[in-house]
Structures are given as C-alpha cells and as structure tokens.
Design a protein around this ligand. Structure first.
Ligand SMILES: NC(=O)c1ccc[n+]([C@H]2O[C@H](COP(=O)([O-])OP(=O)(O)OC[C@H]3O[C@@H](n4cnc5c(N)ncnc54)[C@H](O)[C@@H]3O)[C@@H](O)[C@H]2O)c1
Length: 459
C-alpha cells in the first residue's frame, strides 16, 4: 500500500516543535553531533586539566575566532547542526551534487516546501525545514556560474551567498550552520578563490556577529578542497586572535536553543519561510535582512534568461554525463566547461522534477560503504562512528590521485571506517586502516537513499 504523502506544513510544524532528543528518535540515518566536530582552536586538551587546581575557579578563556569555526570533511547531510546550506540552482527544485544529496536525505517534503518558494536568485538565500535531515533547517543559496573564469561579479555573488545565508542564521536565531563549497562543482568556480571568499566572508560576518552564532562549519567533500581549507583556516582564523568585540553588532534577542524560531513581524520576515499567524505561507520576498543585492553584474550574460537556461542546460548536460555523481579533476571540469560553452543551447530549460524522482542520468548511492567521515581539528577527538555510515561517497579528485598525499593525512578509504580525527597543521595525523582508494565515486543510488528515509511513520 503506498504511503500517504505528508503535508510539508504539518510535518514542519511537528518537527520544529520537537526537542533535540525527540528529533533524534526520528533520524533515518546516521548523524554527527556538533560537539563531535572540533573547533579550529588548537586547545591542548591536557592544558584544560593541568590548568585548573583543585577547587580553583576555571579561568575566563577569551573567545577566539577559531572557537567559532570548524573544518569537516564528509557528507553535509549527516551533520547535526541547526542549518546546512544547500548549493542549489535557481529553481530550488533539486538537482545533482550536494543539492541532490540533500534532497534525497531530507525526503519529499523538502521538495514540496521548496516548490512554494518561487525559486531563488543568484547570491540570495532562502530557508526551509530540514525534514528527515539531522539539521533542523536547510538554507538554499544559488552560487554564481563561473564558466571557467571568475570576474568581480562572480566573486561578489559568491560572497553574497555566504552573507545572505548567515543573515538567515541570525534572523532565525540559529546557532550553528554548515556550508558546502558553493559553486565549486558543476558551476565551475575555481576551488582556491572560492575558499578565500568563503573564509573571508565568514570571518567578517562572525567578527560583527560574535554573539549570534556558536559555530560555522566548512564542510568539504573532496581532497582538493580539504587541502585548500586546511592550509587557509589558520590564516583566516588564527588560534591567537580574540574575537574583536568592538565590531560586534548588538546581540539579537536572546533565543533559547532548540525552540522554534520566534515569530517575526511582517517587516522582519524576509526570505524566511515562517508561516504567518494564520498559517498561510507568506509570499516569499527575495531579500533577507542584510541581503546585499548585486546592483548590476558586469557580465550581462549572468543576469540574462539565457544564463539561467544555459546553466539549466549545463546542469542537465553535465548531469546526463554523470558529472553530478562524479567529481572531476579541476582540469577535466575546465575541459568540460569549455566544451559545454560551445554546446549550451540558450532557451532550453532544465526539466525540474521532484528530487526524489529517479533520473535516468543520475544514480545516487547513499550506500553503507562510504569514505570515512572526518572531523578536522588540531586535537580533534574522533567523532563517534555511528552504527551505519550512510552518505554520498565522496570521490577523491582524480587530479589528486597521483599527487603525494598530504603528509600524514589519513588516506581516503571507501570502506566504512570510523571517522578519523585529522589534526591541524602542526600535528601528524594518525591514519586509520584501509588503503587510500584510487578514486571514490560520488553517486547516490535512489534505492539506497529510500532506505535512508525509510517508511515515515504517520504522525
Ligand atoms: N553536479 C551535477 O551534475 C549537478 C547536476 C544538476 C544540478 N547540480 C547542482 O549543482 C548546481 C550548483 O552547482 P555547485 O557547483 O554550486 O554545486 P555542486 O555541483 O553540488 O558542488 C558543490 C560542492 O559540494 C560538494 N558536495 C557534493 N556532495 C556533497 C555532500 N553530500 N556533502 C558535502 N559536499 C558535497 C561537491 O564536491 C562540491 O565541492 C545546481 O544546479 C545543483 O542542483 C549538480
């Protein structure tokens, strides 16, 4: 007998009313609690024990910028944070890559809610419930399409993705958020400049909103990004830089953890999806507070309907060639983009379909044998390995395959292995068994992912 389709509004209200413990009973797959994701601060665990004499009052420890951020390598869909950010396309109706994984893990209610949002412009962000995800919310943002080159417009738009996503975190009183590497997949934004923009934008925002957030997690999926972020994190978030209170904006109203976001006044409710008093979904406005709109884009192509169509076509073209399920080396994707330049057929729109629907050209194998999930921190304790590691298996970038592994870096393994604590720059990393796989494939098998969401019990 087919399952009765859930009403996303009813499901959303039910979920947002649950405590964390109650939510955990609902989880379909594994999850990584935030406390298992170490901050970037190089706290030496022993110092904590030695420094405190018997009965001595714990010393006030200055809040360090590096206390507010984490680097995590693995599947964003298993992170138990208040919100994960989705690198979506302008339809918000799902697709491939991280977007496909998030929709598959969240279940069909996510698609249903997204369908009421009337899409999203590049650089903007909109928020929905997380549904079957461990994350309470999903913040959908649309990154710029770099198409092989990065101009001022693309850089500004990518920064806006992070700014507007963080603005929604603040507006909804959320305390933790995880970002994927927005635009660096099919949209072709070069990894290194994208990381610089992500880290710089987040640092600037955190310094101004130090009381508004507890943790920003940079969730990387590919070795390429892992190496880039690991190298840059200490430059942007040095372990000896206090959070400069001067720049901090007035703290938002005190928001208790694990309570549904307070109702916003009409003027405040921008870009969020809270139902208004009578439960009717309010027409979504494009702009969230602090939404820094790109007044004009230097590249007229980017703001033309052809751009969307081209991107849609590109999405489809790439997806049909399985690009979404396999990470390519930077070189390969450059070639692909160049080739696509000639092939794009403006005006042809991407077929939007429920993200839960199987697409012939795309498989998703959120199977058990995935690469280890790895929390990265200077002295990270190993996050608990959950009984069932299911996620979209990251494919190490083929370009990296021949490269020397980062010295001391735990090899990627396709076997299910407990997460490895990857130490920060100064320390060697212990390796967990398993040979580094020549390549791990990012693909999600719909059947597997159905197991993941399981049969939703009727509420
Ligand atoms: N890749 C494809 O073939 C394909 C096809 C259709 C749509 N999309 C999606 O890609 C477009 C956006 O491009 P984009 O470059 O911003 O996104 P993207 O192509 O998803 O890549 C963004 C980053 O996310 C990484 N990633 C992939 N899966 C996960 C995961 N489970 N957890 C954490 N990180 C992950 C991926 O390696 C890359 O670094 C949208 O149309 C969206 O629907 C992708």
């Amino acid at each position: 007998m087919s399952k009765k389709k859930k009403d996303w509004k009813v499901e959303k209200a039910r979920l947002l009313d649950l405590s964390l413990e109650e939510r955990r009973k609902d989880y379909r797959g594994n999850h990584v609690p935030l406390e298992k994701i170490p901050t970037w601060t190089r706290h030496d665990k022993s110092k904590g024990k030695e420094g405190k004499e018997e009965g001595e009052e714990p010393k006030a420890v200055p809040v360090l910028l590096s206390d507010k951020v984490s680097l995590y390598k693995g599947d964003i869909t298993i992170l138990e944070v208040d919100a994960i950010v989705n690198a979506a396309n302008s339809t918000l109706l799902g697709g491939g890559g991280v977007d496909g994984c998030i929709h598959k893990a969240a279940g069909p209610c996510l698609y249903d809610e997204c369908h009421t949002l009337n899409g999203c412009e590049t650089g903007r962000a909109k928020i929905t419930c997380g549904y079957d995800l461990p994350a309470k919310y999903v913040i959908h943002t649309v990154g710029p399409v770099a198409r092989g080159h990065v101009g001022k417009a693309q850089k500004e738009l990518l920064s806006q993705c992070y700014q507007n996503s963080l603005a929604l975190v603040k507006e909804h009183g959320l305390r933790s958020v995880a970002f994927p590497c927005i635009s660096t997949g099919i949209y072709g934004f070069p990894n290194e400049p994208a990381a610089e923009i992500a880290l710089e934008t987040a640092k600037t925002w955190i310094k101004k909103n130090v009381n508004e957030v507890d943790r920003v997690v940079f969730c990387v999926f590919l070795d390429t990004d892992f190496k880039i972020y690991k190298e840059k994190m200490s430059r942007f978030f040095p372990q000896d830089e206090d959070v400069d209170e001067e720049g901090a904006e007035a703290p938002a109203e005190e928001v208790k953890k694990d309570t549904p976001p307070s109702k916003k006044s009409k003027s405040q409710k921008r870009g969020s999806d809270d139902d208004d008093e009578d439960g009717e979904e309010e027409e979504q406005e494009e702009r969230a507070p602090g939404d820094v709109a790109m007044e004009s884009q230097t590249d007229p192509f980017l703001s033309s309907p052809q751009a969307e169509a081209a991107v849609s076509v590109e999405d489809t073209e790439m997806a049909s060639q399985g690009y979404g399920d396999e990470a390519m080396s930077q070189e390969e994707s450059e070639d692909k983009k160049d080739a696509a330049e000639g092939e794009t057929v403006p005006g042809k729109t991407m077929k939007s379909e429920p993200a839960g629907a199987a697409r012939e050209d795309e498989e998703m194998d959120c199977s058990e044998d995935v690469a280890e999930e790895r929390a990265i921190g200077p002295s990270a304790s190993e996050p608990e390995a959950s009984p069932r590691q299911t996620s979209c298996a990251p494919k190490s970038d083929p370009a990296d395959a021949g490269r020397d592994a980062v010295k001391g870096e735990a090899p990627q393994s396709a076997e299910v292995t407990p997460p490895t604590a990857i130490t920060g720059p100064a320390e060697e990393t212990r390796t967990q068994g398993g040979d580094s796989a020549e390549s791990e494939v990012i693909h999600c098998d719909l059947n597997q992912s159905k197991d993941r969401t399981g049969d939703l019990e009727e509420p």
